[in-house]
Design a protein around this ligand. Sequence first.
Ligand code: LLP
Length: 418
Amino acid sequence: MSGFPSFSYRNGRLCGESVELDRIAREFGTPCYIYSRAALTAAYREFDAAFGARDHLVCYAVKANSNLAILNLFARLGSGFDIVSGGELQRVLKAGGDPKKVVFSGIGKRPEEMRAALDAGILCFNVESEAELRVLNQVAGEMNKIAPVSLRVNPDVDARTHPYISTGLKENKFGIPFDEAESLYVSSHEFSNICITGLDCHIGSQLTELNPFIESCKKMLRLLDRLEAQGLQIDHLDLGGGLGIRYSGENPPLVREYVDVLCAEVGQRKQRILIEPGRALVGNAGILLTRIEYLKHTPHRDFAIVDAAMNDLMRPALYDAYHEILPVITENDIGAKTYQVVGPVCETGDFLGHDRNLALRQGDLLAIMSTGAYGMSMSSNYNTRPRAAEVMIDGDHVHLIRERESIEQLTAGEKILP
Ligand code: LLP
């Protein structure tokens, strides 16, 4: 249970902070994402404090969970933000985030997204190709603005994570090839509406070892030294996100260990350090609450059919990801069985957990753990299923932070032919 400090059992009932989760199911229904304000706050403070007096900016990767209440909470704590779309920019601004603390990543920024970010006055564009640099230069020129830029460099380092979420290998679509970065930096003065301010990389997500971070940091610093020797002024070093969390058996580095090695590598250099953590800030601060609709016993397998599905939590179907599944109320009077915990969606890939040893009854509540990151933000309406509600626990209060969607909302934009 050490991975989920804000969710623990009291008298046989699973609680978030001091709130019993069955109370939340009664009040807000299921499926429902539940977050802990205390856990989110503690996670942010842990990152921030680990840098000590060193000049730094933690830029929360909005894609991990973009609910306005979560963005607002981080903004109040002083966080910056890593965005990948105009939509995420609007969310950050709406949530009270400071545009001067926003970095804009992503390989396919559209001109209108660049315009919105230039209008807002963001801290930096993390540019991923020469073609993008040209378009940004043109857009900024049309607006009589200078765009602050880091080039996102692909350091060709194996993050040793799931292939779908590894981003820093030379065959990945991300970043500027390491060997081409220096010449693009040096030629950047040809772009009159671009101002180089930083150097950026990101090698992948759910990293459970420090070595890939160290390896890419060393490569980036060698490049930094060469750029400075050529007279370029680099104000910040953006070292990406990617620190893993514990879903079950993993033993990822502690936040302090991770930040310590980055700071040690950067050493006495004067650059401000930026990092872009997503999962490590929100992953274990959230769970997905679901109710068992039916138990189905076949000669081959026992199924628990729950009211959450792959549209609510895509990670098991997409990455074969493992999430702990816990009963909300522990039952002592029924025997445990090995269950396939599945959703109602019409696909065999719609599962939340395989082969889980659980003692279950129809109508029981289950908590899918560690779903604060890439849960709601990757949800869909597949099978015309309205998206789940989201609530935030704050001590003994529970705030609704996103209403459950209605079917009317789902069809609102659709038109029948005349
Ligand atoms: N910065 C950039 C440029 C990124 O591409 C990402 C994640 C992050 C920061 C944040 O990485 P984190 O600290 O969360 O690892 N949907 C997948 C994860 C995709 C991550 C993509 N990029 C999952 O559910 O595991």
